[in-house]
Design a protein around this ligand. Structure first.
Ligand code: ADP
Length: 602
């Protein structure tokens, strides 16, 4: 499926015809020098300086030429990069009037980007009225960042009144290289902890835990975090107050300093081109040396922090113009990461040349537990794939059948060995009640779980015994016990905290196994076909209970012959949503609407 990908930015507009299946870019067009002195270039080498000024006039001129050059290779749809999706979008969305209005309303959050992204959409609608258009948001991938990481420690009223929170950017690239890394490592990306470093003229770093962004360095705006080409990244906010009060800087002047005069350019005094800075630093220029040291120091600091956030890391990915091309930056950022289990292979690192034939190179040593990877990012292909996926899916989905909802109280699954320690040798569980999932039962037996603050007695064991111990509690339970458990799908207990258990015949401390269950739907392969989803998709489920319609986002699909159709939520969620046994939900979204209605991410 060929998709026309549009990135309508402040100084340039890029268009590319991309085959979403093969990944081939068969045609591209760039308008640079906007708005004052636009020049137009096509992939066939033709190029001209335009006589007009401004985005709209330049695009009006370029469009008929682009159509001519398509020469029969007509796209099936158009995918747009849109920078800010705010709280509203956590995935790509088919564009209609409502979506356009939303993008417009989100403009105050990205005044340099969203209005021009919208202009691109409107222009393409005029020139290709028959084609479906899709918006792919830079912020969407980071909607999964939990509250603890995305909120600023400001007075609640202020945060709420002005919608202050971290959104994160470069999401399309982080997701793309994260998936590429998993593919390269022949692993399921929902089983990996990745740190992805996107180092272009803007730079950001993301912690991706089991396929979800859980921390990212850019904030409410793209200014926070790493040092960048012309942006400062993290600074003490008190410094801004000082500059305003003591030196009389205005907000406009501070914006100019922080966004356009700082970062590599500000420290080196040489501009924002890392190649030139590296060259001068080897020639002994102190300011350039300092710029490189600061850039890589901050990167290494964030890598350590994000490994701590995820309780470890399996692979660290470098991408973007600097991450893909600079052996020096990779070397400086990866030195002394041995304590994490990351050992750089200097020879391989020096020799890396990414290309279409070799978009991924591993530069860690063979016995390095953490893999170091340089990966070529391809945001245009990522946008084309998201667009094609959404266009295909929208036609295939049947969302109608009702899904029974079950509320899981806190419970525990045990291995035989653990059961023996708690209840006595060769202990066999007694069935109290068969559960709806075939073969599963609530046992007569219960245990006491003991946290640092409190204990909870009578926690029901679910049988039969399993191959891993797993204790599933709600957020309320966690605060009562005084523990902090990650949201996980069942069975994924690696790097989760342990907990103390007491049974009638003994007690023990599990090393790991305490989780807060990720809300999920069990279904058979036949159900999955009917719904148009597959195992581990993430969907939204609408519940009509009484007069309060509500939608659960971030619902994990689990498909197996052994399952019967049922959605599982925990008691906190059931209480908050006033859901009772017997309520049903309807699969509302499998990626085609993308609108967030109600979400719990932490
Ligand atoms: P953008 O974010 O604008 O898409 P890129 O991802 O193309 O930017 O990255 C631009 C940055 O990459 C610039 O700072 C440039 O100097 C740097 N870069 C490109 N090639 C190299 C190289 N060989 N060595 C070091 N830095 C490089």
């Amino acid at each position: 499926m060929h998709i026309l990908v549009i990135n309508s930015g402040s100084s340039s507009v890029k268009a590319a015809l991309v085959d979403a299946d093969s990944g081939q870019h068969s045609l591209w067009m760039t308008v640079k020098g906007l708005p004052e002195a636009p020049s137009l270039t096509f992939s066939d080498g033709t190029s001209e300086k335009l006589k007009t000024k401004g985005h709209e006039a330049a695009m009006e001129y370029a469009m008929p030429l682009l159509k001519q050059k398509l020469n029969g290779q007509y796209p099936s749809g158009i995918g747009h990069r849109v920078v800010h999706g705010g709280n509203v979008y956590d995935r790509p969305v088919r564009i209609d009037n409502d979506v356009e209005n939303q993008i417009d309303q989100l403009s105050p959050l990205a005044p340099l980007h969203n209005p021009l992204n919208l202009l691109g959409i409107q222009l393409m609608k005029r020139h290709f009225p028959e084609l479906d258009q899709v918006a792919v948001f830079d912020t969407a991938f980071h909607q999964s960042v939990p509250s603890r990481a995305k909120l600023y420690a400001l007075p609640k009223e202020v945060s709420e009144k002005y919608g202050l929170r971290k959104f994160g950017f470069h999401g399309t690239s982080h997701e793309y290289v994260g998936k590429k890394a998993a593919e390269f490592l022949s692993a399921d990306w929902r089983e990996l902890r990745l740190i992805t470093c996107h180092l272009g003229s803007g730079a950001s770093i993301t912690a991706i835990e089991y396929g979800r962004s859980v921390e990212t360095s850019m904030g409410m705006t793209p200014l926070e975090g790493l040092m960048m080409g012309t942006r400062s990244g993290d600074i003490d906010p008190g410094l801004l107050i000082y500059l305003q009060e003591e030196a009389g800087y205005t907000a406009v002047e501070l914006d100019e300093i922080l966004n356009r005069q700082s970062g590599l350019a500000g420290v080196s005094g040489l501009g924002n081109d890392m190649r030139a800075i590296l060259q001068k630093s080897t020639e002994g220029d102190r300011d350039c040396q300092l710029a490189v040291q600061m850039f890589t120091h901050r990167l290494r600091k964030y890598i350590g922090a994000y490994a701590a956030v995820m309780g470890g890391v399996d692979a660290i990915v470098f991408t973007g113009g600097i991450g893909e091309n600079s052996a020096v930056v990779r070397h400086w950022s990866c030195q002394r990461l041995d304590y994490l289990g990351a050992l750089i292979d200097e020879d391989v690192n020096l020799a890396i040349k990414l290309s279409a034939d070799q978009p991924v190179v591993e530069f860690s040593r063979s016995h390095s537990r953490v893999k170091l990877l340089a990966i070529h990012t391809d945001e245009q292909l990522a946008i084309a794939r998201h667009t094609a996926q959404l266009l295909r899916k929208a036609d295939a989905v049947n969302t109608k059948p009702a899904i029974p909802i079950a509320i899981s109280a806190r419970h525990i699954h045990l291995r035989q060995e653990t059961l023996d320690q708690l209840f006595g040798k060769n202990y066999e569980l007694t069935v109290r009640k068969w559960l709806s999932q075939p073969g599963q039962f609530a046992a007569e037996e219960t245990v006491t779980i003991v946290g640092p603050r409190n204990r909870i007695e009578g926690v029901r064991i679910l049988g039969p015994v399993r191959s891993v111990d797993q204790v599933e509690v709600s957020r309320t339970d966690e605060f009562f016990l005084g523990v902090d458990a990650p949201i996980r799908e069942s069975g994924k207990v690696e790097n989760s905290p342990g907990i103390h258990l007491i049974g009638p015949a003994g007690e023990l401390t599990l090393k790991q196994g305490l989780i807060c269950a990720w809300r999920h739907i069990h279904m058979t392969p036949e159900d999955a076909v009917q719904f148009g989803v597959k195992d581990r998709d993430i969907v939204e489920v609408a519940v009509e209970n009484g007069d309060r319609g509500l939608t659960f986002g971030n619902v994990l699909v689990r498909v197996s012959e052994k399952y019967v159709l049922e959605m599982h939520i925990d008691t906190d969620e059931g209480n908050a949503a006033e859901i009772y046994p017997g309520d049903e939900g309807v699969l509302e979204d499998t990626g085609s609407s993308g609108v967030l209605k109600k979400r719990r991410t932490d």
